[in-house]
Ligand binder design. Structure first.
Ligand code: GDP
Ligand code: MG
Length: 439
């Protein structure tokens, strides 16, 4: 999350409704975040307009503040734009399924061919054949052959003196003979799209009738990725996209632009150079990556997720009966620590979301760790019956937790107050809790 964006979000915190000014400011930040993530300018413009329409006057879902709400709208819209669901590889009714690669030189075609064939072999016990049809770089054939040898996948090649079209024909004949169920055609690339290359690819398309033409795009090329994708999509009947080098330092905005410009689904992402570094593309994960706000989204999800009602009921019952003990206390602390910012967690407690007392709560996470350490130093009996904790036990706890004895004393006193307060449960006075947390 960019600093600007989080600042804009902070300004919105606590608002119940999104007004025009808030929206303008936040949309400006979202726009910049997308541009920084290398989303193509036209795509950003279109996208931001969509989001603005959706965000206008949207009521705030309970438990979310205005900024979180906008982020959620943006995230949902990003996910939707990129296709919502993962799209599987096309498969032919009869063997073989033919998969043809396309893309600029260095985009990752050869690497992806090996990764994908290896994935199919591993997961579906497929018997793929790889056709080496890049005759312009002698090393390209060697590269594929070495990969094939390592992964125990056969490679069909005819050297560099044969026309790629002939290689493809002969390769397909070989696959028919050997009853391979998948055929991958590794093609040549250029540094830039040119007519000779496009014609060759078009010819191969006509010869091989591929079930899938996978456009391979280097995510690191940022804004240029869109142009490249457009060029290939104009000439070929692209059926899917592989976005490579996402393990690099990129937010992956290219995913959004490419999808927007070509309308073709991104099917896989390359996340490294090893044969296993290929993953199915999930639009929702990419959305968080583009926004650079995975943590916030996780938190929003948690806030939305229904809290286990039964467990809550039992804790409330315990509070009422004044049997809320240190075990419950530490269980709560643990829950809290797993869930992120304290304020957001407290909002999940029934009746707390709109509690004005919450607005003034300022909880110190470090303080939490100390409290937890003290409770962890207690014996099971002490946790169940805090009355047991006499002065000598307090000294032991202080030593065990590495905290001063005054802190132990204060905690036990505050815990006592907390229990009393919880006993009065639903009257909305949480001052004791705040004190307890060092506020
Ligand atoms: P081609 O010219 O399109 O066939 O590209 P290559 O498959 O030869 O890949 C070019 C370079 O990019 C090689 O050094 C690959 O190891 C590297 N590469 C390909 N995919 C990835 C990826 O997902 N992550 C990283 N880090 N490197 C990749
Ligand atoms: Mg290659």
């Amino acid at each position: 999350l960019t600093e600007r964006l989080s600042k804009a979000m902070k300004n919105l915190t606590g608002r119940g409704r999104i007004n025009d000014e808030d929206l303008q400011a936040t949309m400006r930040e979202i726009r910049l975040a997308l541009l920084e993530a290398d989303v193509n300018y036209t795509t950003v413009k279109k996208f931001v307009n969509n989001v603005r329409q959706k965000a206008k006057g949207a009521d705030i879902m309970s438990g979310l503040n205005a900024a979180q709400q906008i982020v959620k709208i943006v995230n949902d819209e990003l996910t939707a734009t990129m296709g919502e669901e993962a799209v599987p590889l096309n498969k032919s009714d009869k063997i073989p399924t033919v998969i043809m690669m396309a893309g600029l030189q260095g985009a990752g075609k050869t690497t992806t061919v090996a990764k994908l064939a290896y994935k199919l072999k591993r997961e579906d016990h497929a018997r793929p054949l790889l056709i080496a049809a890049d005759v312009y770089r002698p090393a390209a054939i060697d590269q594929l052959e070495i990969l094939g040898r390592d992964l125990e996948i056969p490679v069909f090649s005819m050297g560099t003196d044969v026309d790629p079209r002939e290689i493809v024909k002969a390769g397909l004949a070989k696959a028919a003979q050997d009853k391979n169920d998948y055929v991958f055609i590794d093609t040549a690339g250029r540094l830039q799209i040119d007519q000779t290359l496009m014609q060759e690819l078009k010819d191969i398309e006509v010869i091989a009738h591929p079930d899938e033409i996978l456009l391979t795009v280097d995510a690191m090329t940022g804004q240029n990725a869109t142009e490249t994708a457009q060029g290939f999509a104009d000439a070929l009947d692209i059926t899917g996209v592989v976005l490579t080098k996402l393990d690099g330092d990129t937010r992956g905005g290219a995913a959004l632009s490419i999808r927007d410009v070509t309308g073709k689904p991104i099917k896989f992402v390359g996340q490294g150079e090893k044969p296993t570094d290929l993953d199915v593309f999930y639009p929702d994960r990419m959305a968080s990556r583009i926004l650079g706000m995975g943590d916030i989204l996780t938190l929003i999800e948690k806030t939305q997720r229904e809290v286990d009602e039964k467990q809550q009921a039992s804790q409330l019952e315990k509070m009422r009966q004044n049997t809320f003990d240190f075990n419950d206390f530490v269980a709560q602390l643990q829950q809290v620590q797993n869930m992120g910012p304290m304020e957001d967690l407290l909002k999940m407690i029934p009746g707390m979301a709109n509690n004005p007392a919450l607005a003034n709560l300022n909880l110190d996470e470090k303080q939490f760790k100390h409290l937890e350490a003290i409770v962890q130093s207690m014996t099971p009996a002490e946790r169940e019956d805090p009355e047991l904790i006499n002065p000598s036990r307090r000294r032991r706890l202080a030593a065990g937790a590495g905290r001063p004895i005054v802190e132990v004393n204060r905690m036990i006193k505050q815990f006592d107050q907390m229990r009393k307060m919880m006993n009065q449960a639903t009257n909305g006075n949480f001052g004791g809790l705040e004190k307890m947390m060092g506020g």
